[in-house]
Design a protein around this ligand. Structure first.
Ligand SMILES: Nc1ncnc2c1ncn2[C@@H]1O[C@H](COP(=O)(O)OP(=O)(O)OP(=O)(O)O)[C@@H](O)[C@H]1O
Length: 356
């Protein structure tokens, strides 16, 4: 449905590239997310897909047709793309139904009214049909903006930080709701965000951008458990880098046991050379609370999260040895206070190693 190939973009006022060699692909019906820190080029990429910025190099293909390249540009209004903006951009003088019908002017009245009713049902706002935007909550306004974008059955829906003006506690739930609505409409969509929780709740595929370059494209699971760069490992999810030495028998020695390194993944230039000291990515859910373990860690801090507690731990091989920080996500019935110690063991499916 959408292919972005080796895209490079620069602004006239700058010498450097704001995007460089950006490549990713979305299948019909998939929801993609462009995730990255402020200034990495997310909005620029979205605007390029919408047709507002011409690439310096590379191309954008929509539904099998090149719509943007350095020598050809299909105008934005001919791309059949729907947009949901950060501030929702609803027309204040129009009712909910009139806002949704805005893009349906080519249809006759009864067709348009039927489509509006269909979308009102999809976004669960049928009873708000004749209400004006100022009388809606932020979340309801956003659903109207989504319905308006979906109304003309666009090939692609672009959502630019759609949750940033909403209560942070609700964002993850809203992201899941919007995902459900996009899936029910069979839409292909791309959202831009700097919030990984929103990206995980919403996307089938997440593209991580940093400093103008695509770092990694993958499912939320792949980005969390199999990051390919230290940036992605640090930007996505919590975790620590634990010193790990590859011994002569091909096992990784760590302060919390040793492991067969046969299926380990070496990233960012890490070498699988015997005797090498590396960094092992350890997520909080890789550390299991186990009182029968010979490895004991001390609680230095804790965050109660309801069903679980995130423990900040330190562990050392002996009393005078260096302390290694660890995170452990344990079910909250394992209730330990700061200063206490408990047994832990490492339970990992993926050994991801980075250079020291
Ligand atoms: N019209 C412009 N002219 C020149 N430089 C621009 C223009 N728009 C954006 N930039 C620059 O391009 C880079 C990428 O900006 P962009 O808005 O795409 O980033 P972003 O990842 O969306 O950031 P944020 O999350 O803060 O919105 C930034 O360094 C920004 O200053």
């Amino acid at each position: 449905m959408l292919t972005v190939r080796d895209l490079a973009i620069s602004y006239a006022t700058r010498n450097d590239k704001v995007l460089q060699n950006v490549t990713f692909h979305l299948e019909p019906g998939q929801i993609g997310c462009i995730l990255g820190p402020s200034g990495c080029g997310k909005t620029t990429l979205l605007r390029a897909i919408a047709g507002f910025i011409q690439p310096l190099a590379g191309e954008i293909e929509l539904d099998g047709k090149v719509v943007s390249s350095s020598n050809a540009m299909l105008p934005p209004n001919q791309r059949n793309i729907g947009m949901v903006f950060q501030d929702f951009a609803l027309f204040p003088h129009m009712t909910v139904a009139e806002n949704i019908a805005f893009g349906l002017r080519a249809m006759n009245h009864s067709e348009s009214a039927a489509r509006v009713d269909e979308l009102l049902a999809l976004v669960e706002l049928s009873t708000y049909k004749d209400v004006y935007p100022h009388a809606l909550s932020g979340g309801q306004q956003q659903r109207v903006a989504l319905a308006r974008a979906l109304a003309p059955k666009p090939k692609l829906v672009l959502l630019d930080e759609p949750f940033s003006n909403l209560d942070s506690a609700l964002r993850e739930q809203l992201a899941q709701d919007v995902r459900g609505m996009l899936k029910a409409a069979g839409a292909t969509a791309i959202m831009v965000t700097h919030d990984q929780h929103e990206a995980f709740a919403m996307a089938d595929q997440v593209a991580v951008l940093q400093d103008a370059k695509m770092q990694q494209v993958g499912t939320p699971y792949e980005l969390y458990h199999q990051p390919q760069t230290t940036f992605v490992a640090g930007f996505i999810g919590e975790g620590v880098m634990l010193e790990a030495k590859l011994n002569a028998s091909g096992r990784l020695e760590t302060v919390i046991g040793d492991f067969d390194a046969e299926h380990a993944t070496y990233c960012d230039g890490a070498q699988a050379a015997k005797g090498q000291t590396l960094q092992l990515l350890v997520r909080p859910d890789d550390i299991v609370h186990d009182d029968s373990s010979r490895f004991k860690a001390i609680v230095v801090n804790r965050h109660f999260r309801g069903a679980s507690i995130l423990y900040y731990l330190t562990i050392s091989e002996s009393d005078d040895d260096q302390c290694h920080p660890l995170l452990c996500l344990a079910p909250s019935h394992h209730d330990h206070q700061v200063g206490e110690s408990f047994g832990i063991r490492l339970d990992m499916d993926h050994l991801i190693l980075f250079p020291q």
